[in-house]
Ligand binder design. Sequence first.
Ligand code: NAP
Length: 259
Amino acid sequence: MSSPVAVVTGGNRGIGFEVCAQIGAAGHRVILTSRERDAGEEAVHSLRARGVDAESLTLDVCDEASVRAFGDSLAAEHDAIDVLVNNAGIALDGFDAAIAERTIATNFFGPLRVYDALVPLLRPRKGRVVMVSSGMGDRSCLGSERRERFLAPMSRDELVQTMRDFVTAVGAGRHEREGWPSSAYRISKIGLNKLVEVLAPEAPGPINAVCPGWVRTRMGGAHAPRTPEQGARTITWLAVEAGDGPTGGFFRDEAPAEW
Ligand code: NAP
């Protein structure tokens, strides 16, 4: 029997790299993605030194052609994918329309694009998806009417339009009046938390979002309390250990959490 296959986006460094190491140690073949080929190869080298069966493919989650080529490469090599960890993400300094656009494009539309490209390959009834989200994706930062809308059921089309509306509202200088905070990162992760709820009924297997905590990476900085190993824990747990039960939820420290 061949090993189960796991795909981890942004696996060349930070939390994603540790997720690759942990999922690999659990016996999966790991396909990590990296924007830069050399960075991906370097990560594969380190993982192999730790006994992990790993390979690297280039991927920019914001680039439609890159995602399509990535999906085609996977389909050519693998009958099915057992795990998809959508980990790649950005947290930019500052706040304006361009930052809002880029943040939502990377942290919300990126994972959705990768999910759509890989869903035909996910193992029927079993393929697991983990979206790496954040405690910053908490609905409490929204105005009350906006929060009610995020508490109510939404269709995929409504959620996608709502994310676009946020970017438009920032550009028009009316986002605060419309109940949005001045943080594109928060909205991208609120969108991701809602996305797992929206996709759960149609996904082939469990799909969940995770807050890794505040982690010492290039994004989290040197003063963050958690190591990348600790940050990767709940992601690995949902990806390869948790029973078949939970889906459409938000998790922290291996337990469901409010958002
Ligand atoms: P990191 O060290 O900055 O790593 C981010 C990864 O995402 C890198 O591999 C980066 O690739 C990749 N990436 C960025 N934009 C991409 C794109 N357009 N296409 C493909 N890959 C892209 O960050 P991290 O701390 O490990 O964060 C990983 C995830 O955890 C993110 O989703 C983040 O929001 C979430 N998170 C982190 C913390 C924390 O405290 N660190 C807390 C909560 C949530 P390059 O190397 O090419 O730039």
